[in-house]
Design a binder for this molecule. Structure first.
Ligand SMILES: Cc1cc2nc3c(=O)[nH]c(=O)nc-3n(C[C@H](O)[C@H](O)[C@H](O)COP(=O)(O)OP(=O)(O)OC[C@H]3O[C@@H](n4cnc5c(N)ncnc54)[C@H](O)[C@@H]3O)c2cc1C
Length: 296
């Protein structure tokens, strides 16, 4: 397979690669191949090949909302690192899917464009952030999105309007339709004094640092908040802060985070997730649903 991938001449092809540096939990997972297509045409050629050959594949963003449960991924991961273009015209911001959201938020702040302040501490790329409808500090990306350019299952480029994206809490049409690849996102921001925007972002980052274990590897919030409650509060009420399985630990700082204390495997983290879900179900009869995505 590797030779065939290389023959396509679509960009960098890494083989037998440990994905430890490609996920924010820093867990090891050996993938057969990781490919970085150099443009849309290369991406199309790659997807066509993978579909024809029935090879499992997955787009990988910054790996900040996924957990590699198994130590092996028997397929191809695709990184859209080459998709980095940003165009700003007035309050209209167009960003390709490989742009880090934190970078985009900073750039918009400097240009006096308000709206992305909430995103200043979210370590994902633009593509996945729109799929996940990321949010924080009472803001979410859905409120800014105008259109999203995708590659469909038939490898056609298509523009989806906000209505078609069907956003809800940490969810969207795209999350339910994994066959689409996000290429580009158009956002509408508002003019504001850059200093005020940067001050707000500084405050948000202070709050995050105080309440979240950002100094340790994790994939952010593990569970979605049940309606009118907080997953962190529920887990903490069971005395589970500090609960460990292998190298995985329920954060002492925030009970809805599982951190890698250094030696965690994906399975350690997964087992701890299952333990928390079981404990919460037994005590409160609540089914905590995952915000993170498991790759098994
Ligand atoms: C410390 C920390 C803090 C966080 N804080 C927040 C927060 O405040 N609010 C919040 O909402 N989230 C938060 N997150 C979660 C995470 O950052 C977001 O969900 C983010 O959007 C994930 O982006 P990613 O690029 O890392 O995606 P990944 O985890 O790499 O991928 C997520 C999913 O999207 C798919 N995907 C990725 N790119 C594409 C694409 N271009 N086309 C199609 N599918 C694609 C992947 O296959 C996967 O299914 C936090 C995470 C961490 C580690």
């Amino acid at each position: 397979m590797i030779e065939k991938l290389k023959d396509l001449q679509i960009g960098e092809v890494l083989e037998n690669i440990d994905l430890k540096e490609y996920n924010t939990c820093r867990v090891s997972c050996l993938a057969k191949a990781l490919v970085k297509p150099k443009d849309i045409e290369s991406l199309k050629r790659l997807l066509y090949f993978l579909k024809q050959e029935k090879i499992e594949y997955r787009i990988l963003g910054n790996g900040s909302n996924i957990l590699f449960v198994s130590p092996n991924f028997d397929g191809v991961l695709i990184k859209l690192d080459a998709f980095q273009k940003i165009e700003i015209e007035g309050t209209n911001v167009v960003a390709e899917s490989g742009v880090p959201l934190i970078y985009l938020a900073q750039l918009c702040a400097q240009k006096g464009l308000s709206g992305l302040e909430f995103a200043c501490g979210i370590p994902g790329l633009v593509g996945a952030s729109v799929i996940m409808n990321v949010g924080a500090h009472n803001g979410e990306i859905a409120s800014l999105v105008k259109t999203v350019k995708v590659l469909t299952n038939d490898l056609e480029v298509k523009e989806l309007t906000k209505n078609a994206l069907n956003f809800s809490y940490r969810n969207s049409f795209l999350k339910e339709h994994k066959e689409y690849v996000v290429l580009e996102v158009t956002l509408e921001l508002q003019k504001k004094n850059p200093k005020d925007i940067l001050n707000t972002m500084q405050e948000y980052n202070k709050t995050r640092k105080k309440h979240q274990p950002i100094e340790l590897p994790s994939a952010g919030s593990v569970f979605k908040n049940p309606s009118n409650d907080s997953a962190g509060r529920i887990i903490e009420s069971l005395g589970l802060k500090g609960k460990r399985i292998g190298g995985a630990e329920v954060s002492q700082k925030h009970a809805n985070f599982i951190v890698n204390t250094g030696t965690a495997t994906g399975k350690d983290i997964y087992d701890l997730i299952l333990f928390i879900q079981k404990s919460v179900k037994e005590k409160y009869n609540i089914d905590l649903s995952l915000e993170q995505e498991l790759i098994k």
